[in-house]
Design a protein around this ligand. Structure first.
Ligand code: IYR
Length: 225
């Protein structure tokens, strides 16, 4: 079989309408219970669980199927300490040294965040997500990639969803700039550090800001035309 050939759409599973309705409803209920976590337990999580969630993310659609992503899953305490130290340097610049514009600080105030990121060491896994400017469907390809941000965004959403349904809490973290992730993870300069995803169990003391519970109702996010 060659790449230009076609195969039947055989992975599709047709469901009865009642089953579709139930699944759609249940999936919303599941996702409505996902909240960003900023206080993680140090309880380990098996690598195989993280690996399967990354496999799920790797099934995401992407521009020309180039799969322009790389996931560096960090559990090494030494590397997590390096990530924390480097991230906190940037976060101190943002929160404490005036880099954050006033309106941005005001928007973040209800979340109660600051420059301290102890969870970057406490959580069992940090998944550094990189966007590849060049690549292709196979490792080592060097073609131009297309719709890179859209593709990596979709894959990251699927990763967050996979981790949540596997029973893990997550946090999307974006220290800025985060080029230090290339150095710590040994990734080439032409990969853009895109997002740092923290995964593990919430600490018993973890809280959710009420601000984060305000979700727009369907009427405010959708129109049926
Ligand atoms: N990167 C900082 C600031 C921050 C920015 C946004 I937009 C958030 O939604 C949350 C935090 C931090 O992680 O604290």
């Amino acid at each position: 079989m060659q790449p230009h050939d076609q195969v039947p759409f055989r992975d599709f599973e047709a469901l009865a309408e009642a089953e579709m309705r139930a699944r759609a409803r249940d999936f919303h209920a599941l996702m409505a219970r996902r909240h960003s976590c900023r206080d993680f337990a140090d309880t380990p999580v098996p690598q195989a669980i993280i690996a399967d969630c990354i496999r799920a993310a790797g099934t995401a659609p992407s521009g020309a199927n180039h799969q322009p992503w790389f996931f560096a899953a960090i559990s090494s305490p030494e590397l997590k300490a390096q990530v924390r130290a480097a991230a906190e340097v940037e976060e101190r610049g943002f929160y404490d040294e005036g880099k954050a514009p006033e309106d941005w600080r005001a928007a973040l105030a209800p979340l109660g965040t600051d420059a301290n990121k102890p969870y970057l060491e406490t959580a069992p896994w940090l998944i550094a997500i990189f966007a590849q400017r060049r690549g292709g469907p196979r490792a080592g390809d060097r073609q131009k990639n297309y719709y890179i941000n859209e593709s990596v965004g979709i894959a990251t959403g699927m990763l967050i969803t996979a981790l949540h349904q596997a029973g893990l809490a997550t946090l999307t973290h974006t220290p800025n700039p985060m080029q230090f992730l290339n150095r710590i993870c040994g990734r080439p300069d032409d990969e853009k550090p895109w997002l740092l995803l923290v995964a593990g169990y919430p600490a018993a003391t973890a809280t959710v800001p009420v601000h984060a519970l305000i979700k727009k109702p369907l009427d405010d996010i959708a129109a049926f035309l």
